[in-house]
Design a protein around this ligand. Structure first.
Ligand code: E4P
Length: 217
């Protein structure tokens, strides 16, 4: 499973990219607000560090505006993917951007039918939001499993990005469900490296190493 970083903060992305484990990035207007940078500046900086897909989202309401914005975003770097909100106008824009050879990520997906339509429209990626479904008492990961099943049934090539990740458990569940990608907030990716028994084990080995050295002549 590929791991994307869900952030628009070039510094945080740069730190994590050094691990060599970051396959792409997703941003949205909220993450852009948190980063406090101009969208074009943040995206061009991120695209210099990350070779994989970098999703960029606008706020256009018509297909025409989404296509116009999408073309602009795609001119910033060759790995830009245009994030398009689910809906009739959105999927019209996906088809038009597809014809121009521009990759798309259909976002704000909360049902199997939305994912089915996005795949039929030719979306490169689709982003089911698991955390926001869990927030309203539904089972976000069940939706991912169902989308994967439908995509397998029909051989769709659209890749599933598990989005709105709230915990390390979500990432593990995404991998078990066979999702292509999970997009993970930096703080959660950092926690994925850790386990209390790993830290405890390292401390014990160090202690025994030092004791052994003392005992040697
Ligand atoms: C990524 O593509 C999404 O925009 C993001 O994961 C949404 O996360 P949130 O539900 O925590 O805002």
């Amino acid at each position: 499973m590929k791991i994307f970083i869900d952030s628009a903060d070039p510094q945080k992305i740069g730190r994590l990219a050094a691990s060599g484990l970051v396959d792409g990035v997703t941003t949205n207007p909220t993450l852009m607000l948190k980063a406090g940078l101009r969208q074009k500046d943040a995206i061009t900086r991120i695209c210099r560090m990350i070779r994989g897909p970098v999703s960029v989202e606008g706020v256009g309401e018509t297909a025409e505006q989404m296509v116009k914005d999408g073309q602009e975003f795609a001119s910033w770097a060759k790995n830009v993917v245009v994030k398009i909100p689910m809906g009739q106008e959105g999927l019209k824009a996906v088809r038009a951007l597809n014809r121009k050879g521009i990759k798309t990520n259909v976002t704000l997906v909360f049902s199997v039918n939305q994912a089915l339509l996005a795949a039929k429209a030719g979306a490169t990626f689709v982003s089911p939001f698991v955390g926001r479904l869990d927030d309203i008492g539904e089972n976000g990961m069940k939706l991912v499993e169902e989308i994967m099943q439908v995509y397998r049934n029909y051989g769709f090539r659209t890749q599933v990005i598990v989005a709105s990740v709230r915990s390390e458990a979500h990432v593990a569940q995404a991998a078990k469900a066979g999702a292509h990608i999970a997009t993970v907030p930096p703080e959660i990716l950092e926690k994925m490296f850790l386990h209390p028994l790993t830290e405890k084990g390292i401390a014990k080995f160090k202690e025994d190493w030092d004791a052994a050295k003392k005992g040697q002549k």
